[in-house]
Design a protein around this ligand. Structure first.
Ligand code: AGP
Length: 606
């Protein structure tokens, strides 16, 4: 989403080091940037749309005076990427400056309250409520420190904050809630940043903050308070040896692996997309005579899953279509009564844009789910949802796929409620269960990483793979196949498991690895039958199944034990081992998983 950094030196200007740190955070977002420093009792701010190097020349970032400062590089989520929405943001009197990474769920409600109290807002961002809320508490007699505590206690959502103020000119405040934030300490001063790598040029001594913690940094000390109890906590300083050459990969060899492991964090953002936009989209879907869900590649797999999910949860019939096939298949029926939900992480895939251009010419309603604000897709949609997966650099889609699914689940829940197909109890249960998914994905990553690495070693020389699944797991089989073939170049097939006897089974012979996606849902019994069919032809069986499913384990040559998960949401954790399988196989084969041959991250040519 964004990168934030704050530096407080005892007797040295911070501007140059803020720029150095920002550059190391640029992989997190780069559509605008800004710096605020404290000098002679005032807050100085320089910010604009554009890349850091360009703004450094244009705005003179490095020459800003002051020994205390905060900086921000933005991946826009609320409000277009322009000067007014760039961070830092301030209060009415320009005495408090804030940088933010994450999403404040309840910003609308807080903003309305503050506007009624006379606060003047300049931007469209959720972030801007923070300095004004702190200002409001100060106006009501709170000290700056207590005003921060009170204000932050009201925020809901995922956020990491950096705050400076003329009320406490020798202080920087850091706040951590779901979005990452670390503290750095050195002989020269104190630091906060979104990741350890961005501090590596200045210090190796860091404190990793936990959710709900607020840190008050001064020239030679720090104090950490934990909300909601407000108890002071003591945390140990760790010495972290970081090789900055992997800075933007956060120590991972490839972006793809970093992005696979980033899923537990960014899924917290995707499951928190603004209810307001989900409601708008649900309203339009509900009114449509027919709904097409289109995408390309991995995004088509999300579209396919989205169609199943909307059918199950909202009883809404939708038609999933590969974007490049849309016009030839449905060009004659799409009309003003149609809605087209386009899924595209880049928002620039030409097949998608051509399909919606045609649909728009037929007066259809265009909706979108994307990871790139200000992309072409967002400009042609009536309503779009930003999935907040952070920039994805690896060509193979991983975290943006699970982010798309998270948004589709939320959309199906809101649509189901609106259509009266979901009771409040069912809705509440699903909200509880979907909130667990980032943690389930974390468990999967912790548990299967080594096993999958060994599987890659065992199967890397196979001639081809077959991936099979049923129901919700069929699109996951398709996605596991696509990951494998696009980065290892090993021919791979994927079919609905029930389809195998209608042809594909002719490919099965001794030793052919068949990967079954087999969560404990309504398809399990039939999957068992499919496994038996393959075993009878001496295939090698690799199965992803529930950790307690001993029958499946017995039937498999390799069994990947998956943690218990709410069946409807199984696609998100069950795709993760397949992402890792493809990645480790590619690396063992000497491929570059970040830049597979013949592929581009965004296909903008027909
Ligand atoms: C998936 O790993 C590939 N990178 C590719 O299939 C991709 O999903 C497809 O090109 C669609 O991209 P989009 O989501 O940006 O539209």
């Amino acid at each position: 989403m964004c990168g934030i950094i704050g530096i407080l030196y005892r007797d040295k200007s911070v501007a140059k080091d803020l720029v150095t740190g920002l550059k190391l955070l640029e992989y997190r977002g780069y559509d605008s940037a800004g710096i605020a420093t404290l000098s002679n009792g005032s807050i100085l701010i320089e910010k604009d749309k554009g890349r850091i190097d360009e703004l450094n020349v244009k705005l003179g970032f490095e020459s800003m005076p002051g020994c205390v400062g905060i900086a921000h590089t933005r991946w826009a989520t609320h409000g277009a990427p322009d000067k007014i929405n760039a961070h830092p943001h301030t209060d009415c009197e320009n005495r408090i400056a804030v940088v933010h990474n994450g999403i404040i769920d309840n910003y609308n409600e807080i903003k309305s309250e503050l506007v009624r109290k006379g606060h003047i807002f300049k931007s469209l961002t959720d972030t801007e409520v923070v300095p004004h809320l702190i200002e409001e508490y100060i106006k009501n007699g709170y000290s700056f420190r207590d005003a921060v505590i009170e204000a932050v206690s009201r925020l809901e959502g995922a956020y990491a904050l950096g705050i400076i103020s003329t009320y406490e000119p020798g202080m920087i405040v850091g706040v951590k809630q779901l979005s990452p934030l670390v503290v750095g300490v050195s002989d020269e001063g104190m630091f906060i940043a979104s990741d350890i790598n961005s501090l590596s040029p200045f210090t190796k001594d860091v404190i990793v903050l936990d959710d709900g913690e607020v840190v008050f940094l001064t020239g030679d000390s720090y104090e950490i308070v934990r909300l909601p109890t407000r108890e002071r906590v003591v945390k140990k300083v760790e010495r972290i040896e970081i090789d900055t050459q992997f800075a933007d990969k956060e120590g991972y060899v490839h972006y793809m692996l970093k992005e696979i492991f980033e899923q537990p964090v960014v899924l917290n953002y995707s499951i928190r997309v603004q209810e307001h936009y989900l409601n708008l989209m649900a309203e339009l879907l509900d009114r449509s005579k027919e709904v097409f869900i289109i995408g390309a590649g991995t995004s088509y797999h999300a579209a396919l899953l989205g169609s199943i999910i909307l059918s199950r949860v909202a009883r809404l019939t939708t038609i999933p279509v590969i974007a490049s096939e849309f016009v030839s298949r449905y060009g004659d029926v799409v009309s003003v009564d149609s809605s087209v939900l386009a899924i595209s992480q880049s928002g620039e895939t030409i097949d998608v844009l051509k399909a919606i251009e045609f649909a728009k010419s037929r007066a259809a309603t265009i909706l979108g789910i994307t990871n790139t604000l200000a992309s072409t897709l967002t400009r042609v949609c009536r309503v779009y949802i930003h999935q907040h997966s952070l920039p994805e650099i690896g060509v193979a889609a991983t975290k943006t796929f699970t982010g798309q699914l998270a948004v589709l689940y939320r959309l199906a829940m809101v649509t189901g409620k609106k259509r009266g197909k979901l009771s409040q109890r069912e809705m509440d249960e699903m909200k509880v269960e979907i909130a667990k998914i980032p943690g389930v994905v974390k468990t999967v990553l912790d548990r299967v990483d080594q096993q999958v690495r060994a599987l890659a070693k065992k199967y890397k020389d196979t001639r081809y793979f077959v991936f099979l699944g049923r129901g919700l797991s069929y699109p996951i089989a398709l996605e596991g196949r696509l990951k494998m073939l696009e980065i290892t170049y090993i021919p791979s097939l994927a079919y609905p498991a029930g389809e195998s006897k209608h042809g594909p089974i002719s490919l099965i012979e001794k030793g052919v690895p068949v990967v079954f996606v087999a969560p404990p849902d309504e398809t399990r019994k039939l999957i068992i039958g499919n496994i038996e069919e393959m075993r009878a032809r001496n295939a090698t069986i690799i199965t992803l199944g529930d950790e307690g499913d001993n029958e499946l384990r017995e039937l498999s040559d390799d069994f990947i034990p998956m943690p218990r998960v709410y069946p409807l949401f199984s696609p998100i954790p069950y795709v993760v081992p397949l992402q890792l399988f493809a990645y480790y196989t590619a690396v063992l084969l000497g491929r570059d998983p970040d830049k597979p041959r013949n592929l581009a991250k965004s296909v903008t040519v027909l």
